[in-house]
Design a protein around this ligand. Structure first.
Ligand code: SF4
Length: 378
């Protein structure tokens, strides 16, 4: 068995207006303490993990904005992973980076520390829309970030893009997609903007100060992304993800395939030894627990068979190739067609999923309605 390792860095230069992730304003002293805490937490796991459980086939450093840490601190943290875990030779090592927080020198340090994949939060190539989102960068900085990554030697780059932004037109979106493709990243993720309750953007929409993107337009932007990116030889392999051949995200695949992963850091989530658990999101609580020598876990849940089957279905259906019915049978000793006979029949009849070659997958009609499909299995 190998695991995926996730390290959360909960700092950002400034909070984006749509964000409800665990992130705090960056302060150098907090960051130093945080790096020590992460080191301690990894060592706590070092005491209990078996040799097999230490084998890491993907490492993802996400946030927040990992690249708001000094590059040498971030590089040292990544190198320190090797003191507890065994990074396998072909391990995918990703760092999330935001334009405005990375330069060629820092990226070169990350590459030297073994980082071989960079995921850049571009979001849009329109300055007005970036401002609407409260991002700290403009389109030029996004472009320069990708160029700097290439100059630092990164041959595996992901670009994150957002559609459905208030004020975004179909033309804006197509232009952003075009500019992304011109940069030839190996991977592109496209997300519909979620107006999360309590965020400034959501409040502005609720108060009528801003008009949300109409649902029909958002849907057509999603379809445009699929047509445009597949037309430029990106494989659409997951609802929101597109990749050149052989460049699927190895780490994210672990989430969708229900493979074990361990999350380190404030607010990090894990799925490990048949349990799901989440770390304290408050920095103070996280520090207190870790420096007392305790696991900084806040919520822990043992996965029942029913939950495991449900996750197998709705996470696996995120992949365009769908879920392998034989694999379900081998894992649970039951047929998915029996456990979910009513749900599967209903979704097939509605044309939201299709059954082919021993797999169940979302249909073209079901793709934009995926959440409705997933609800059937929860
Ligand atoms: S950079 Fe990402 S994590 Fe940080 S505030 Fe913006 S959206 Fe949230």
């Amino acid at each position: 068995m190998t695991i995926g390792l996730y390290i959360h860095v909960p700092f950002c230069v400034r909070k984006c207006l749509y964000c409800d992730f665990t992130s705090y304003p960056y302060h150098p002293s907090d960051a130093q303490t945080y790096l020590q805490a992460v080191r301690r937490e990894m060592r706590l796991y070092g005491k209990i993990l078996s040799t097999e459980e230490r084998k890491v086939s993907s490492l993802f450093v996400g946030g927040g904005t990992p690249t708001c840490l000094p590059a040498d601190g971030l590089a040292a943290m990544i190198e320190d992973v090797g003191c507890v875990f065994k990074l396998l030779p072909d391990c995918e090592i990703t760092v999330e980076a935001n334009p405005g927080t990375i330069g060629r020198e820092g990226l070169t340090q990350l590459a030297a520390a073994g980082v071989n994949r960079l995921s850049i939060g571009v979001q849009s190539f329109q300055d007005g829309l970036l401002k609407m989102l409260g991002r700290i960068h403009d389109a030029r900085a996004a472009l320069e970030a990708v160029q700097a990554a290439r100059k630092a030697g990164f041959q595996n780059v992901n670009i994150d893009l957002i559609f459905g932004i208030p004020g975004q037109s179909a033309g804006n979106w197509l232009e952003t997609l075009g500019r992304a493709v011109e940069l030839s990243p190996e991977h592109i993720s496209v997300y519909g903007l979620q107006l999360e309750a309590g965020t400034p953007l959501e409040r502005a929409v609720t108060l009528g100060k801003l008009a949300a993107c109409p649902e029909e337009l958002e849907l057509s932007m999603y379809r445009t992304a699929i047509d445009f990116l597949t037309g430029h030889y990106y494989e659409h392999y997951e609802i929101s993800n597109f990749a050149r051949p052989g460049r699927w995200s190895a780490h994210n695949l672990k989430y969708w395939l229900n493979r074990p992963y361990l999350g380190i850091g404030a607010g990090a989530h894990s799925c490990f030894r048949g349990e799901r658990f989440a770390n304290e999101t408050s920095l103070n609580l996280y520090f207190e627990k870790v420096f007392r020598g305790e696991y900084p876990v806040k919520d822990r849940e043992v996965l029942s068979e029913k939950m495991a089957m449900s996750e197998f279905m709705f996470l696996g259906l995120r992949l365009l190739r769908g879920i392998d019915l034989n694999m379900f049978n081998r894992r649970f000793g039951k047929r998915a067609e029996d456990v979910y006979s009513i749900q599967i029949a209903r979704l097939l009849e509605q044309g939201l999923i299709e059954a082919r070659d021993g797999c169940l997958r979302l249909s073209v009609k079901g793709l934009p309605l995926a959440n409705r499909v997933f609800r059937e299995f929860v």
